[in-house]
Write a protein that binds this ligand. Structure first.
Ligand SMILES: CC(C)(COP(=O)(O)OP(=O)(O)OC[C@H]1O[C@@H](n2cnc3c(N)ncnc32)[C@H](O)[C@@H]1OP(=O)(O)O)[C@@H](O)C(=O)NCCC(=O)NCCS
Length: 338
């Protein structure tokens, strides 16, 4: 049975069943990734930024077992943001190649069409069945990044301390667990605006203005994700010359996610990128003692950042792609495929 599903009102048993399916998928497709924990799972699935909407459906086993709801065997959600519907589809490994994935995409695409959106996007992990799946549905690849993973067990902590000390004169590093303080928000948002152009076409828009930045931090907290920030303040001008953001999700607290790292163009060449990332790792070591890995995503063209990450010990893991489709064409194609 496939039905629209609201994670805010779903039973705890359904949330647990979805988590179980997600972990079975991780074990099948990304066995090196840590399994997810149930902490804040409901919030993770339901909380959104102001102005965004998420619509979900589940495929559930037909026969309830002793009054319990049937296991969740498939899940699709679409996040309506800006002018795009961002899709996520999960099918239990035991149920694959029976057409369920295609059926779920068709359901979501029809709704996105009815809502008046013209394009859909999806993140697709390289080396998994999802690549052939989305290509078979006519999605095309718009963008490829490389995911890299750092094992903290292999980090040379004293070398990191030396890197931090190597930052140029006039810069002060600051650590902000939870997010930038109020008096820094405006300067921080101005620095984030610099990468607006680079973000074009990505599915995870950055926060360019102070209010959007506050909303985005609030949303992260509500979803059980703890942000940490290191900024490099240029003392003579008060500019945030550089910043780096890492998020520790309650759902997989042993592996943190690197978000943006930015050094303003006119502050490059002072060792800021290396220093802020090194300081972040040193801070995380005490703030999050359970953390064992950090993962980061970089455009293959971003050679400077790839070099910094390689020096820190990050190892390339796999491709991470963004695929897109025009909604009307997709609906038409899926209807024709039956
Ligand atoms: C991608 C996914 C949704 C596909 O679900 P599914 O129910 O197996 O898909 P379908 O049966 O509807 O397949 C539709 C078509 O996609 C293509 N396809 C799907 N899986 C494929 C595979 N493993 N190899 C080649 N083609 C494949 C085929 O053309 C298939 O049609 P066919 O079976 O008639 O040949 C499922 O594998 C999945 O959940 N993957 C995990 C997704 C994910 O996000 N993982 C990352 C982190 S958890």
């Amino acid at each position: 049975m496939v039905r629209e599903w609201d994670p805010r009102t779903a039973s705890s048993a359904e949330i647990a069943s979805l988590l179980e399916m997600l972990n079975a998928i991780l074990a099948a497709d990304l066995p090196q990734d840590p399994p997810w924990q149930g902490t804040s799972m409901r919030e993770y699935l339901s909380e959104v930024m102001p102005g965004e909407r998420r619509i979900s459906w589940v495929a559930q086993a037909e026969t309830p077992d002793e009054g319990q709801p049937g296991a969740i065997l498939g899940h699709v959600q679409v996040l309506l943001l800006g002018d795009i519907g961002v899709l996520e589809v999960l099918v239990d490994p035991t149920q694959r190649r029976g057409g369920l994935g295609r059926r779920l995409v068709r359901l979501a695409a029809r709704r996105v069409y009815q809502e008046g959106f013209q394009s859909m996007g999806v993140e697709v992990v390289g080396g998994t069945p999802a690549v052939a799946f989305y290509e078979s549905l006519g999605f095309t690849r718009d963008y490829v990044e490389t995911r890299s993973v750092l094992d903290l067990a292999g980090v040379d902590w004293s070398a990191l301390a030396t890197t931090v000390a190597g930052i140029g004169d006039g810069y002060r590093l600051q650590f902000h667990p939870g997010g930038p303080p109020d008096d820094l928000i405006e300067a921080y948002a101005r620095t984030k605006a610099e990468i607006r152009d680079l973000d074009d076409g990505e599915l995870r828009p950055s926060s360019y203005d102070p209010q959007r930045l506050r909303d985005s931090l609030d949303c992260l907290h509500r979803r059980g994700m703890q942000p940490y920030i290191v900024s490099a303040l240029h003392e003579p001008t008060g500019e945030v010359a550089g910043l780096t953001e890492v998020v520790v999700p309650a759902q997989h607290p042993t592996r943190a996610d690197q978000y943006d790292t930015i050094v303003l163009q006119h502050h490059r060449g002072h060792g800021i990128d290396r220093a802020i990332k090194a300081r972040m790792l040193l801070e995380l070591r005490s703030a999050q003692p359970g953390l064992t890995q950090v993962q980061t995503w970089n455009a293959q063209s971003n050679e400077a950042m790839l070099a910094v990450n390689a020096d820190l010990g990050y190892r390339p893991d796999r491709h991470w792609c963004e695929y897109g489709a025009e909604v009307a064409e997709l609906v038409h194609r899926l209807d024709a495929q039956g």
